[in-house]
Write a protein that binds this ligand. Structure first.
Ligand code: ATP
Ligand code: CA
Ligand code: CA
Length: 420
């Protein structure tokens, strides 16, 4: 399988940022990794290590192409998370991210202005986040850590690192490294971002026919009459895990997260040998992540390339053909890196789901409360996206039960399904 991505070469506007992020990760992570393992202390959760890079270099940091500062947050906590709980091989992690300075950019798929980058092998995602999200992750880190420890099969985003790059003119860019839910070796034929909210949660079906890679939403799911096909065994497991994860999300007081579901149809297989991604091309000025409306999209173009390796352009990367190791440790990511559909007798069906709970760093802030009131004036106050965390989590959990065949519950959503 070959992925077509928007590779960041030296001429790309975000090349310097990418170079700085990867250089920082390489040095900071290998420094922490070089030390002998020890037990975590409470200080580890507030620790931050600073690095200053320049062209000359010093005893702490080798010389770099550019001047910049790098901060590594709670490095020990993330090291323990990666090694003990997320089953990543330390050398592998660094190699995937930094062996060659290659990332592909997804631009900003969300409204938030965050940028997404894939590691060369498509296993890791770097997401730039707002300062508020950054502070929030640090605040809840002890709680997140405990949850992951107690729930090795959690469906929540797996955070592998939290860092900051500061550019010479003082601009600060915060970012997290997390798991890519979607596998490098399987085509995803349909993608849904589900919240359990039904107001405005629809991607135009007309546009969807033009762009099969579009991220669809709750109403598309309902109107297409889709169901998660999971037999009694898997259904019981995933329901229980979702219940526990939703409890944590309630406790840390967040909302607006979603269940991301990628569907691989095994009959269709990887016939679409070349991933045809819709790429966004940005203005040559990197927009401040977080500014409303940023980044502005100048053009959208579909790039299709031949799967003939001799004809691979510079925008293509060769991807691994098989599933990589760590997913074997997790029950919901065990079948080709995902969760194979099963029928009522628990027999395998021809679909693999790739799913997880993403975007979990949005607290119910003053702004969200206003949005709740404002949108509540125009639509059903219980069906809009911004609702208080407790209600959000219950509705989310209910929706997930409603979309599982045989899942029971979710009466309020069953009513939304159109007959036929
Ligand atoms: P907004 O706040 O406007 O919803 P955001 O910038 O916070 O957007 P996310 O909701 O985290 O972005 O993600 C946007 C999209 O990026 C998702 O719908 C999904 O298609 C893709 N995505 C995000 N995280 C992952 C992941 N871990 N694995 C695979 N795809 C992901
Ligand atoms: Ca989101
Ligand atoms: Ca978000």
């Amino acid at each position: 399988v070959v992925l077509v991505g928007n590779l960041i070469g030296e001429d790309h506007v975000n090349f310097v940022l990418m170079y700085n992020m990867l250089t920082g990760i390489r040095i900071a992570v290998s420094r922490c990794q070089a030390k002998i393992r020890r037990e975590l202390t409470t200080e580890d959760f507030i620790a931050r290590h600073k690095y200053s890079f320049d062209i000359v270099g010093n005893e702490l940091t080798p010389s770099a192409k550019y001047d910049f500062k790098f901060k590594d947050y709670a490095p020990w906590v993330f090291r323990v998370l990666r090694e003990d709980h997320f089953h990543l091989d330390p050398a592998d992690y660094l190699l995937s991210l930094t062996a060659k300075y290659i990332l592909s950019e997804l631009g900003s798929p969300g409204k938030s202005g965050s940028f997404f980058y894939f590691s060369r092998d498509y296993r890791f995602i770097i997401k730039t986040i707002h300062h508020a999200e950054h502070k929030f992750l640090l605040k809840i880190l002890p709680r997140y850590y405990e949850h992951v420890k107690a729930n090795p099969h959690t469906l929540l985003s797996r955070f592998y690192g939290l860092h900051r790059v500061k550019l010479p003119r003082g601009k600060k860019i915060h970012f997290v490294i997390m798991n890519n839910l979607f596998p490098p070796h399987k085509d995803i034929h349909e993608t849904y971002d589900l919240k359990g909210s039904t107001v405005g949660r629809e991607y135009s079906e007309e546009k969807a026919t033009l762009n099969p890679r579009a991220v669809l939403k709750d109403l598309n799911w309902i109107n297409r009459g889709k169901m998660l096909e999971l037999g009694p065994e898997k259904r019981a497991l995933i329901t229980e895990q979702l219940r526990r994860d939703a409890e944590l999300l309630k406790e840390i007081n967040v909302m607006d997260y979603s269940l991301l579901v990628g569907i691989h149809n095994m009959q269709r297989g990887n016939r679409d040998k070349v991933r045809k991604n819709t790429l966004k091309v940005f203005q040559p000025d990197m927009p401040e992540p977080g500014t409303p409306g940023a980044p502005s999209v100048i053009t959208m173009r579909r790039i299709m390339r031949s799967s003939d390796p001799k004809r691979l352009g510079k925008n293509t990367i060769k991807l691994p053909e098989a599933d990589t190791g760590e997913r074997q440790h997790f029950i919901f990511y065990q079948d080709e890196g995902g969760l194979r559909a099963t029928d009522e007798s628990n027999d395998a069906m021809n679909t693999i789901y790739y799913l997880g709970v993403i975007d979990i760093l949005t607290p119910y802030s003053f702004r969200k409360k206003l949005e709740h009131l404002w949108k509540g004036l125009q639509d059903d106050i219980h069906k809009i996206s911004p609702v208080p965390p407790e209600e959000y989590a219950d509705r989310f959990f209910d929706f997930m039960k409603a979309i599982m065949r045989g899942g029971g519950g979710g009466a309020r959503f069953k009513a939304d399904y159109k007959p036929g």
